[in-house]
Design a protein around this ligand. Structure first.
Ligand code: SAH
Ligand code: SF4
Length: 379
């Protein structure tokens, strides 16, 4: 199907949207739910194969609709089993999706934007600049394509045998900057007639857009990971420009409001450890003070370097000491393992291919100046 197709792409609809659309075609709700199950439970993209749908309904769908996920233009498997797809999203843009198999789970890391406008200093997506928000079809289409392909490769035919058990919105982009499309995709992930994942097995990661955190809590309170990366505003302003708009006090208040919607939950604070910049015990001490009163865990992510990143990896012993300090203060703290190293699939290394629409040269020069300042300050 061509990119400019006039057909209605059914992957853009969550359950309510699909029901409304089918009703507009003169079809009953239960027919829409049957269709939903074929698309997302059985991962079928071909109307011909939807054998229990009335022939007349199938004919209508054939005439005006399509089920079109993003097209994979690269598919690489790492020696540790991690798999990375590069999906074409048109106009020269491509985004990445990563599958991480583990003994007790299979996690898919999904992208939500072509690029990212947040400009965090340590992130290769941020360096690429921003092109546009992904559509709901492009977001859920990553899960649809991955589950379909993994099942085909493993010879799994029973839809009850899900290969992907967890989804994290930690790929390219800032999910909460694309809230409407992300919410529709999340609803499909949780829907029993679609992917049927539990609320706690789906995680949205944000750099801290406080207003949108409130909206997410109202709409679909899934697990929330917040990228913290610094214990005070001065340092966080340097590392993450968004902090100048939503400083730490506002962010902590937003975390508490989020938890009020999901009382038995906790926030996962992600903390990228940048060698010599934010990895001292003094930083860890300040963090403990900062998060007091927020039910939380920490996930330490040793910085993954990429071309021109200017920043340094932390020492392994420093990361361990940081973890021990937080644990000693009663905060559950894990260190994220690097997976898919040989295919550049690690956290923060997803680059895809982005036709930047922002003032890239200016932004890069400004980022370089900030990185140089931080590294010098430590010496
Ligand atoms: N925009 C969202 C989600 C995508 S980034 C966010 O910022 O939370 C997912 C995680 O990868 C974030 O915690 C981010 O800080 C981290 N990350 C980005 N670049 C990294 C790098 N080079 N090394 C390690 N982690 C990185
Ligand atoms: Fe965007 Fe997240 Fe990267 Fe920051 S870390 S630039 S918010 S993708």
């Amino acid at each position: 199907m061509s990119e400019n197709s006039e057909r209605v792409n059914l992957l853009n609809f969550d359950r309510d949207g699909l029901i409304a659309y089918c009703e507009s075609l003169g079809e009953k709700r239960f027919r829409a739910v049957q269709l939903l199950r074929w698309m997302h439970k059985h991962c079928v993209g071909d109307f011909d194969k939807m054998t229990d749908l009335a022939k007349s309904f199938r004919a209508k769908l054939e005439a005006s609709c399509e089920i079109r996920g993003p097209v994979a233009i690269r598919d690489k498997i790492s020696s540790d089993g991690t798999r990375k797809w590069l999906f074409d999203v048109g106009s020269g843009n491509a985004v990445e999706t990563v599958f991480i198999p583990e003994d007790d789970r299979g996690t898919l890391c999904i992208s939500t934007q072509a690029g990212c406008a947040m400009g965090c200093l340590f992130c290769s997506t941020g360096k690429q600049g921003f092109n546009r928000n992904l559509t709901t079809a492009e977001i859920i289409g990553q899960l649809w394509h991955a589950e379909k392909t993994l099942r085909e490769d493993a010879g799994v035919t029973d839809p009850a045998d899900r290969i992907i058990s967890n989804v994290v919105l930690m790929g390219m982009g800032e999910p909460l900057q694309n809230l409407d499309n992300v919410i529709a995709a999340l609803k499909l992930m949780l829907d029993d007639n679609a992917y049927g994942l539990s609320r706690r097995r789906v995680t949205v990661s944000t750099c801290g857009l406080t207003l949108q955190m409130d909206k997410l809590a109202q709409a679909v309170p899934v697990a929330l990971a917040v990228s913290l990366h610094a214990p005070d505003d001065e340092l966080r302003d340097m590392i993450m420009p968004i902090n100048r708009k939503h400083p730490l006090a506002d962010l902590m208040a937003a975390c508490k409001r989020y938890l009020a919607h999901a009382p038995r939950d906790y926030i996962t604070f992600e903390y990228v450890m940048l060698g010599g910049v934010n990895d001292s015990i003094a930083h860890a001490k300040a963090l403990v003070k900062l998060v007091k009163g927020v039910s939380c865990k920490f996930n330490l992510i040793p910085f993954n370097p990429f071309a021109d990143s200017d920043l340094k990896k932390p020492e392994a012993a420093t990361v361990k000491a940081f973890q021990d300090y937080l644990m000693g203060q009663g905060i559950v703290t894990t260190i994220r393992k690097t997976r898919g190293d040989d295919i550049d699939a690690a956290c923060g290394q997803l680059a895809g291919s982005i036709k930047d629409k922002t003032r890239r040269a200016e932004r890069l020069a400004e980022q370089k100046a900030r990185a140089t300042f931080l590294i010098k300050e430590e010496k």
